[in-house]
Design a protein around this ligand. Structure first.
Ligand code: G6P
Length: 649
């Protein structure tokens, strides 16, 4: 869960690297570092820069034995090519300060990294770039080298000494061991030795101006421009400089110079790859006037849902052609197995209620981390649906591979084009949410719900469970959802006011039944991940089996009730908690005014068909979480201990 960026070209690299890393901080932000190639006498010519605090050293002709000092007579002013490395613990701004926004590390070719610790605590020594003892190689890495201990033990016996506790450093030493003048050969040898996942950016000190990159099961892209060429973990990192990108295929190696990009397979044969244009606005990848990405992304939901829904509906019919499945194949689906992590799992919970009602197809829902190891028993015509914003979540990807290995057809509902899940699934249904930066997902979640509705309607039609009239009614309502979300957003002040009163809660509970239970799960997750308030969601009928013992005076219980047949039941559950001292917030649709007889405070959402209610109730719950966290003065977009894209197990 780290971010990588690299640049080689005609401009100074360090400021570009820092810019890129800033856009990747959502992938990890406990430390950061850059490595910039120095061409020796032919290079920048030895601007004298004193050692700074933190960790700054020149790998190359004379790397110091310990971190923290920049040695005399190396790097700047040296006649040998070398690599200058600067690393800092903490947020990127520390590295910015240490390097005077990159100005004090001249050079036109470099790599950078923002880290999310997995092996070894967040510290300067464990932060990337890592480098080999003989000062020839610097490496940035995203992923996990599973057999690093074995490699480390072997290399230690051979006389290599390790500075850090990371898995990555073993790659730096291995590269060094295998490097005999041909970087592609050395990288390919390393690929045969390491197990696990990796996206690597590599500099060889004797090849200033060249960046090497390789990936296996961790994302990495290449970008090209007139000013130079880039690598990055994700598009926003380089969007300011180029829109011309290639999603590096799994197990391919790339060589970049200022003017050229070459791709190689693991057998070191050169291969051709195609580039595509990214048509997101630069704006779209930035905050655009909002205080936080999360709020911006909440506000982008009407557009994101519209973009996801409208291209798939024509004249009242759902068009699922992009799945590459005929109507007959869809009709044959006898069961759906949904798999995902986090919020995407809650989308699957919603899908269970929605798809079962609309298409009468049984739906099983599993957490990807459970599914991948439980040796599932599934019917022959089961369609496995993997839902993922990033398309890179390690457990979801592993679940996909497990399902494929067992011979099932896999459909990916994915937001990131060209991501691993999108590539490996048999069919892909993209959600068009655009880049989502805030760790807590909002707009991607809403588009995943929309995708599930489209799938349910398409399946229902293919199976003859719903007729044309019902399809038309449902698609018309789907197209109205964005406008209804907009109406909820217009009332955000009421939610903000309410949230401020509960910013200092210790526990907050959410209850619901049926579809509203699925929404409660998401509301509770949203709240706990960004406000650090303990929260649980319960199927309201379960309260009496334990949870009700936790209700005390003044505790906030959020009751979500949009399903007519379950409304009275939920109201009874709300009475139960209120009579035990709870303060009750009701979330329901306009018209259900009897909610006010029980709830201390009520938030109404526009009326919609019951099967789509989750798309509306989630919006006030997102806003509630946002404003509670804001009220506590927390860093909403980067909650502690969490990362946006969980690419390791
Ligand atoms: C992380 C994110 C969640 C997300 C989950 C699954 O935990 O913080 O917001 O729901 O991963 O991610 P995916 O990219 O597979 O949807």
């Amino acid at each position: 869960m780290c971010g990588i960026v690299g640049f080689t070209g005609r401009q100074q690299a360090a400021p570009i690297l820092l810019d890129g890393l800033e856009k990747l901080e959502y992938r990890g932000y406990d430390s950061a570092g850059i490595a910039v190639a120095q061409e020796g006498a032919a290079g920048y010519g030895g601007a004298a820069r004193g050692a700074q605090s933190g960790s700054r050293q020149t790998a190359g002709a004379a790397r110091p034995e310990a971190q923290g000092e920049r040695p005399e007579g190396s790097g700047a002013g040296s006649t040998e090519p070398s690599i200058e490395i600067v690393k800092a613990k903490g947020r990127l701004k520390v590295l910015r300060e240490m390097t005077d926004d990159g100005r004090s590390v001249p050079g036109t070719c470099g790599i950078g990294h923002t880290r999310w610790a997995t092996h070894g605590e967040p510290s300067v020594v464990n932060s990337h770039p890592h480098y080999a003892k003989n000062k020839r190689v610097a490496v940035v890495h995203n992923g996990i080298i599973e057999n690093y201990q074995e490699i480390r033990d072997r290399l230690t016996k051979e006389g290599f000494s390790f500075l850090s506790e990371t898995d990555t450093e073993s790659v730096a030493h291995l590269l060094d061991k295998y490097y005999a003048g041909n970087p592609i050969e050395a990288i390919s040898k390393v690929m045969f030795r390491v197990r696990g996942s990796y996206a690597l950016g590599i500099l060889f000190a004797d090849r200033p101006g060249e960046i090497y990159a390789v990936r296996k099961d961790s994302p990495l892209i290449v970008g090209r421009s007139d000013q130079g060429n880039f690598i990055a973990s994700d598009v926003p990192a380089i969007l300011k400089y180029t829109r011309d990108v290639c999603f590096i295929p799994n197990l391919e190696i790339v060589k970049l110079t200022a003017a050229e990009i070459h791709f190689y397979n693991v057998d070191q044969e050169e291969v051709e790859e195609t580039f595509s244009a990214i048509n997101w606005d630069t704006e779209a990848a930035e905050k655009g006037g909002f205080a936080h990405f999360m709020l911006k992304e909440i506000y982008e939901q009407p557009k994101a849902v519209r973009d996801t829904v409208s291209p798939r509906i024509s004249e009242g019919h759902v068009n699922l052609e992009e799945l590459g499945m005929s109507r007959e194949e869809l009709a044959k689906v006898s069961r759906i197995q949904m798999v995902a992590c986090g919020s995407a799992y809650h989308v699957c919970m919603t899908a269970k209620y929605m798809v079962e009602q609309t298409a009468r197809v049984p739906v099983d829902v599993d957490l990807a981390s459970e599914f991948r190891y439980r040796n599932p028993v599934m019917e022959k015509d089961t369609l496995v649906v993997v839902v993922s914003q990033s398309g890179e979540t390690a457990d979801s990807l592993a679940a996909l591979r497990e399902a494929k290995k067992l011979g099932y057809r896999v459909l990916g509902i994915v937001n990131v084009v060209g991501s691993s899940i999108a590539r490996e699934a048999d069919s892909v249904f993209y959600t068009w949410a655009g880049p989502e930066i805030s760790v807590a997902t909002t707009k991607a979640y809403s588009t995943q719900l929309a995708a599930v509705y489209l799938l349910a309607i398409g399946l229902g039609r293919a199976k003859g469970v719903i007729g044309e009239a019902a399809e038309k009614e449902m698609t018309a309502e789907l197209l109205r959802l964005p406008e209804k979300i907009e109406r909820i957003l217009e009332e955000k002040e009421r939610i903000q006011w309410f949230a401020n009163k509960f910013s200092h809660s210790k526990d907050i509970f959410f209850i619901g039944r049926g579809l509203d239970y699925a929404s409660s799960l998401e509301g509770s997750l949203k709240l706990k991940e960004i406000s650090y308030i303990h929260s649980e969601a319960y199927a309201a009928g379960e309260l009496k089996h334990g949870t009700i013992s936790l209700i005390e005076d003044g505790i906030l219980v959020v009751g979500v009730a949009t399903q007519k047949s379950l409304f009275e039941k939920l109201i009874s559950n709300m009475v139960e908690v209120k009579s035990r001292g709870a303060y009750v917030l009701g979330v329901t649709s306009y018209g259900n005014y009897s909610m006010e007889d029980v709830a201390n405070y009520t938030i109404y959402v526009p009326k919609t068909m019951e099967c789509f209610a989750a798309s509306l109730t989630v919006v006030p719950l997102q806003l509630l979480a946002y404003y509670v966290a804001l009220g506590k003065g927390l860093d909403v977009d980067k909650p502690r201990n969490l990362a946006k894209s969980v690419t390791v197990e």
